[in-house]
Design a protein around this ligand. Structure first.
Ligand SMILES: Cc1ncc(COP(=O)(O)O)c(C=O)c1O
Length: 398
């Protein structure tokens, strides 16, 4: 059988593949990126399911509009106003099947084969995968501790007029956990405003901040070609698959709607009505606070264990929120080799390789802390530390 180049050139998700082995009950897994299930508001959802059916009857089970459930779109527009002072109307919001779908729709709307995307290096592997289906040219720009390298971004945009969009995750980035600084956001805005490109700010983790000040978006509210992506996955539940696109660019929104129609007609209306009922009848802020407190405790447990058990040559990020810590090993140590050894000791993480579009055998890796208790986190990091000391000692003997 012959398949399309598109599918043959799209990597299958490394994480989804390794989760099959790392999910065994005796493995301590820092590999997934899943929200902690104890954070799901199951009882409240149960009430909302009953309530939404009582209120809307057959509408929950019928086809619906491509743009999404109007009250939910109004709620999202209003929330952007309250949280960020951004002037969105309901028509600026498109509900998608998770923000993951928005990535795919965007690349279909914007890219011809071989056209360019600026990607953070390292970047979200689900975005690399979604964009790969459009057969783009990836232009990597280094992600520093405070965000994209603005000079390199400028140079990349100046030298490549095939670039259609820039993809960023400005808050509690996946995979690194870093947050763009206020200064970096300004610097990037100053660069991007000179070019005819779309700036995508993908923000599924933004509400999960436990320290530091909340920062304005880079382009939203001031760049004509700004697109924000949001999601209910990390603050309510991922299984309902509800994400959204927000843009004031009417033409872009029109095309997004057309692709959405062609893809799946509309997002699951059952989920949309239930989540809307949940949002208006519960205190979302206090629910999100519980998640934040949980993740802060887990992140601190991991950071403390890293300080105690890892060799001092190992570097790592210090997230102010979100779900991930990014680790950089000594030069020359392969994260893939480390992963094999770690699996022998029944500890899993994601080696850095799949987060790059142009590098392999890297010395970086992603740790997720949201799915283990502080005790288990300490035990897992202790085992990893032991392996790292052994690798280091071996290296010195060679
Ligand atoms: C940066 C980023 N964007 C998008 C997604 C997809 O989220 P959703 O569940 O809304 O599709 C994820 C999920 O982990 C993510 O980390």
């Amino acid at each position: 059988m012959k398949y399309s180049d598109k599918i043959l050139n799209t990597p299958s998700s490394f994480i989804r593949n390794i989760l099959k082995v790392t999910d065994a009950p005796d493995v301590i897994s820092f590999a997934g990126g899943l929200p902690n299930p104890i954070s799901f508001p199951i009882d409240e959802m149960q009430q909302s399911i009953n309530h939404a059916i009582e209120e809307n009857g057959a509408k929950l089970f019928q086809y619906s509009t491509t743009e999404g459930y109007l009250p939910l779109r109004q709620y999202i527009a209003e929330k952007y106003k309250t949280d960020y002072g951004l002037e969105f109307d309901s028509e600026d919001i498109l509900i998608t099947t998770g923000s993951q779908q928005a990535l795919q729709l965007l690349s279909q709307v914007l890219l011809n084969n071989g056209e360019g995307i600026v990607m953070e290096e390292p970047g979200y592997l689900g975005a690399i995968q979604a964009f790969s289906l459009a057969e783009p040219q990836f232009h990597s720009v280094a992600l520093e501790e405070d965000g994209l390298n603005a000079e390199q971004l400028e140079q990349t945009l100046a030298e490549n007029d095939n670039i259609k969009f820039i993809y960023t995750v400005p808050n509690f980035h996946n995979p690194t956990g870093i947050t763009y600084s206020r200064e970096k956001r300004e610097a990037i805005y100053e660069v991007v405003k000179k070019y005819d490109v779309v700036l995508v700010e993908d923000d599924p983790y933004g509400e999960l901040r436990w320290t530091g000040e909340k920062l304005p978006y880079i382009g939203a509210g001031r760049l004509e070609n700004s697109v924000l992506l949001g999601s209910f996955s990390k603050i309510v539940t991922p299984g309902m698959r509800l994400g959204f696109v927000a843009t004031k660019n009417k033409e872009l929104m029109h095309h997004m709607n057309t692709v959405k129609q062609a893809t799946d007609l509309h997002t699951n209306i059952f989920s949309q009505m239930i989540i809307y009922d949940y949002l208006v009848n519960n205190d979302l802020a206090s629910h999100v606070n519980k998640i934040i407190n949980l993740y802060e405790t887990q992140a601190n447990a991991m950071l403390n264990a890293i300080a105690k058990y890892f060799p001092s040559s190992v570097k790592h990020t210090n997230p102010e929120g979100g779900m991930f810590i990014w680790v950089t090993l000594e030069d020359g140590i392969s994260a893939l080799d480390f992963f094999q050894k770690a699996m022998e000791e029944k500890v899993a993480f994601v080696p850095g390789d799949p987060f790059y579009t142009n590098k392999t055998n890297v010395n970086t890796l992603r740790l997720n802390y949201t799915n283990s208790s502080p005790d288990i986190i300490e035990e897992g990091i202790k085992r990893l530390g032991k392996i790292l000391y052994a690798i280091s000692a071996n290296k010195q003997m060679v």
